[in-house]
Design a binder for this molecule. Structure first.
Ligand code: FES
Length: 365
């Protein structure tokens, strides 16, 4: 392992995020259990382990929906970006709840110590069960989903991101969609087979449609941006002609950026800070967050996802950090910004392009 392990860096934002998360989970479990007791008919009564199993299991499933919705929501509307900040804790909480749900289920099948749980589960099924809708051993699907959630929770720390590399890490974490599919089938072939209430299919359907729609809308917006991307002139001898006019300095709010999409190239985040313009690659070195949707804080480009920072004039994280992003040459002519579309190596210093602010001095938000 080339990168060493660093303990999770707690800060006020993370503590607040986790406290809200813990509070919301507590409220959900209490409401679910309360409603289950209230709605249970006198004849059928209520089994406490089953209520606990369903409350915790449905809470984990709901959290998974929230975790999967945050990404597209943040791409559709920047105001949701702060939710990305600690999304990994949401994922870990989902795994812990799912594990608790599985532990109660295993205990329940085994009569809480009376029988061996594995034997008790296997005794419920035969080979033919796999071909039956009502008798399918849905527990297997939940178990496989739990394994995926475990791998994701175990590799969620930046230590694994740094050592596995962003590509492998991302592929591992894309397995969350496989886990989601397995859990949908787990619910359809499990709880929904023993329930006559329409609430279950309606809520599940709403969850699937909402998630699907958010991903389609977010994906469509990305496709539209790519379609409107600027063509980079090629086949010219003169490098001078390759500079791209990306707009006026007045289009960019102080300490914010304009994201430039160039056909077939990485996006560029062009920042306005004080009386200067700098351009860096739009992809954060941490988890690929869109730097151009962030802002300048304390003189640094600050990623909207988890707050990694980069100096605008060099693309380097300030000490003691070592992350780097690409930089681009820029110049200002009149009030027009011209960007050289050829990325420089990550961390290459570039002199910011100066311009005259309208009030004759530096401007800040
Ligand atoms: S993606 Fe995590 S800080 Fe940028």
């Amino acid at each position: 392992m080339s990168h060493s392990y660093r303990l999770v860096q707690w800060n006020r934002h993370k503590v607040v995020y986790d406290l809200i998360l813990a509070g919301a989970i507590g409220v959900y479990l209490a409401v679910f259990a309360g409603l289950s007791v209230m709605l249970a008919s006198e004849n059928e009564g209520i089994s406490e382990p089953i209520v606990a199993m369903r409350a915790i299991g449905s809470c984990a499933f709901l959290l998974l929906h929230v975790a999967l919705a945050i990404g597209p929501l943040a791409r559709i509307d920047k105001r949701f970006a702060p939710l990305l900040y600690n999304r990994r804790h949401l994922g870990v909480a989902t795994f812990i709840l799912a594990l608790l749900h599985a532990a109660i289920a295993v205990g329940f099948y085994g009569g809480f110590g009376v029988d061996d749980p594995a034997t008790a589960v296997l005794a419920r099924y035969s080979v033919d069960s796999f071909g039956s809708l009502t008798g399918f051993p849905f527990e297997i699907l939940g178990f496989l989903a739990l394994l995926i959630l475990f791998v994701m929770a175990a590799t969620s720390h930046d230590f694994w991101l740094a050592n596995l590399g962003a590509r492998v890490w991302k592929w591992i974490h894309m397995l969350v969609y496989v886990a989601y599919g397995l859990l949908v089938m787990h619910v359809v072939l499990g709880a929904m087979q023993s329930e006559r209430s329409l609430v279950y299919p309606i809520v599940l359907g709403l969850g699937i449609v909402t998630l699907g729609s958010l991903h389609v809308v977010a994906g469509w917006r990305e496709v539209r941006k790519e379609r409107n991307a600027i063509d980079v002139p090629t086949g010219t001898d003169s490098r001078e002609r390759q500079w791209i006019d990306i707009g006026s300095v007045d289009e960019i709010r102080p300490d914010r950026a304009k994201i430039v999409c160039l056909k077939g190239r990485e996006r560029i985040a062009v920042f306005r800070h004080n009386d200067a313009i700098s351009a860096v690659g739009n992809v954060c070195a941490h988890q690929g967050g869109p730097l151009g949707e962030g802002k300048i804080v304390d003189g640094c480009v600050t990623c909207p996802w988890h707050g990694y920072q980069y100096l605008p004039e060099s693309g380097q994280s300030p000490p003691p950090y070592s992350e780097k992003v690409a930089t681009y040459q820029v110049r200002v002519e009149g009030r027009r910004i011209l960007v050289n579309p050829d990325a420089l190596a990550p961390g290459t210093p570039v002199e910011p392009a100066r311009f005259q602010t309208l009030d004759g001095g530096n401007s800040r938000e």
